[in-house]
Design a protein. Structure first.
Length: 252
């Protein structure tokens, strides 16, 4: 009886060992844990729900804007294919929009006449405005006339000087130009543009509203090997003699 009990105990022990061996599973690796987390939550653990919610509206806006742009492009294409009298004016407006610069300064002048303040895309940041208009953007002498190069004039000055805008308008460009280095281009309400080149410093930004005689930068003859300030006026894709334009403005 005792031998039977011992044998039974040994069988039970052997059976339990066998069961433990069959039930043993190696611990999951880091990659396996990563996959388990994916299956458990249904998304990558590194991507939060908040970022997903922000991403989806952004995609929706892009898709909407793309659809609108496509519809406008398709409408313009169809209008050019049709030869209908009532489409002549829309065709003209589209052509002007693609071939001419937007008249920021003209729109700004209209806005001021209606609402009494400029429609400024960029604030003036307290830039100074002189009470008395100068004949030239800086105090100096004309060292190269308009007749010499057919585009603008060069103004020589011995001292560092502030540069002022000839009239109110909107800054179309404020940065480096290949030929005139640091340059500011201002669009005026009559759709003309004044160009100021070889500046040593620029104090305005693109699309900023500029008042007449407002400081737009400075000119130092010793900097950038530029001893003369470049000044030009352009209208209807043609350069005008700045001296003649200023004389007309003075007599008007």
């Amino acid at each position: 009886m005792m031998k039977k009990d011992i044998a039974q105990v040994r069988k039970d022990i052997a059976r339990r060992k066998q069961k433990k061996r069959t039930n043993h599973v190696d611990p999951p690796s880091s990659s396996a844990k990563f996959l388990v987390e994916e299956e458990k939550h249904g998304y990558f653990p590194t991507t939060s729900k908040a970022s997903e919610l922000e991403y989806q509206p952004a995609i929706s806006k892009i898709v909407f804007k793309t659809m609108v742009a496509g519809i406008i492009f398709l409408a313009c294409t169809i209008s050019y294919q049709l030869d209908q009298p009532w489409l002549q004016k829309p065709k003209h407006l589209v052509t002007v929009a693609f071939t001419e610069e937007f008249p920021f300064a003209t729109v700004n002048q209209w806005y001021q006449s209606k609402f009494g303040s400029p429609l400024a895309f960029v604030s003036n940041n307290g830039t100074s405005v002189t009470e008395k208009q100068s004949v030239l953007p800086v105090n100096g002498t004309i060292s190269e006339s308009f007749q010499t190069n057919g585009q603008g004039i060069l103004i020589a000055t011995d001292d560092t000087s502030k540069v002022f805008a000839m009239d109110e308008g909107t800054v179309l460009f404020a940065g480096n130009d290949r030929t005139t280095n640091k340059t500011v281009i201002i669009q005026h309400p009559d759709k003309s543009k004044s160009i100021y080149g070889n500046l040593s410093d620029i104090t305005v930004n693109q699309y900023q509203f500029i008042k007449a005689n407002q400081e737009i930068g400075s000119f130092a003859p010793s900097e950038n090997d530029a001893t003369q300030l470049y000044f030009a006026i352009e209208k209807n894709n043609q350069y005008l003699d700045p001296v003649q334009v200023i004389k007309v403005d003075e007599t008007s």
